[in-house]
Design a protein around this ligand. Sequence first.
Ligand code: NAD
Length: 510
Amino acid sequence: MKDILKRLGIGELNQGALTGLNRLDCQGKVLESASPIDGEILARITQADSAAYDRVSQTAVAAFRQWRDVPAPKRGEVVRQIGTAFRERKKDLGALISLEMGKILAEAEGEVQELIDVCDFAVGQSRMLYGFSMHSERQGHRMFEQYHPLGPVGVITAFNFPVAVWSWNAMLALIAGDTVVWKPSSKVPLCAIAANMIAARVVNDCGFPEGLLNVVVGPGEYIGGRLAADSRLPLISATGSVPMGRRVGEIVLSRLGKPLLELGGNNAVIVTPCADLGLAAQAILFGAVGTAGQRCTTIRRLIVQDSIFDRLKEQLISAYRQVKIGNPLEEGVLMGPLVDIKAVEAMRMALEEIGKYGGKLLYGGEVLSGGIYDVGTYVRPCICEVENSYPIVKKETFAPILYMIRYDAFEQAIELQNDVPQGLTSSIFTNDLRESELFLSSRGSDCGIANVNISTSGAEIGGAFGGEKESGGGRESGSDCWKAYMRRQTSTINWSGKMPLAQGIKFGDL
Ligand code: NAD
């Protein structure tokens, strides 16, 4: 563990504010980063204070003034080299993600791969920052749109994807000509410091200013609040829980900045009688148990037709029995610990509430003990039979609890799926074209993501990622999401030698 940290440039005590490779002196409280695997302290961080935050923000502004003038394909070349640097550090960074966050190594390395994929995507995008041109209604006039860099972008990220969500934002922001101020979750600050330094070294070696990529570690309400209120940052992209999004959204909008919100989900899978149940069970296992149920896209609700409910239940229970729970760095382990004891407590309380409403625990749910488990962060993933109407089912509990809900008629399944405040991801398992098409139609799923015969989790980077309703409405990563990081400008050029007005208005001739 010590070797990995050393290779990633993490010392025993680290500064919580960095402008590129430059570590600023911070005066905030010291934060300990403990591994959920065994409770061991990985390293300490002196958190950013107000003065350090200000320096970071100023440096990001100064760097923006230079970076915006670099041609976009040249910015893309820097991101290409950043991708190469992450390819070289994939194993070490993956191991750090496992150590600090607790996800299994295969998923942690997958997360670094996602970051690399985003770099590749952004490199291509750097030559495709297209604006439309349109025909002017006036003779001898040309009209078009162009996209300019926006400014320094604030990026607030959640603990469960310690580096990928940053990359979705940061790599597109970089090719767009923006600089980045990153406030990571205080549960995974070391991943952020390490990732930012890998990328910042490339920026440095390419001869660009130190303030392109910056990190500030500090409490959400305080340092996150500073970012949200900072009018030097025109865009704040915030990923996390619904209450956090509400708070950040209010602050950013009150200064008429742009919030880009990626918030919690309450994702459902509908399984209909003609589905391939083997395929469904396989997808549900990964979707519900992967990352120990701590993905925004984790399957929380399974809406199953009455006639196949018991068969699918038995199949899932037998699959859950085979899930090896333990040290996420060990081969064969499918589920590591939850991120901390507070998460275990939230799971325990949710299960208690389900019991009060008359829900049935079908499998699992225990907090594990003995040996490595004694740290208190390991749980057995669980399956419960519930009604969709229970208040606890309408909330996102960030833990491996899978709710099974019965339905009778297909339209009812869609109603149940949509009857929650969140609208992030959804999917259906069916071999009936009419069912899948209805699910994807305007009367179907109300989520930002709607899949057929695959899980709600495990999105590819090429599509726009995000959700509706309380899930925040933001879209990140692929498709045309780059536009959020740029300033759109419409221009009309008059080369006619005359001064006609639009809409045929006559206003006197001089
Ligand atoms: P969280 O809301 O507790 O924290 C997220 C980030 O917000 C952290 O960096 C935190 O320090 C910061 N923060 C907290 N309060 C703040 C405030 N008042 N002002 C500014 N910043 C503040 O979430 P978490 O526990 O780290 O992550 C889990 C949540 O994130 C889940 O709800 C999950 O669904 C969601 N999530 C959503 C997506 C998505 O893309 N939609 C992706 C990952 C996680």
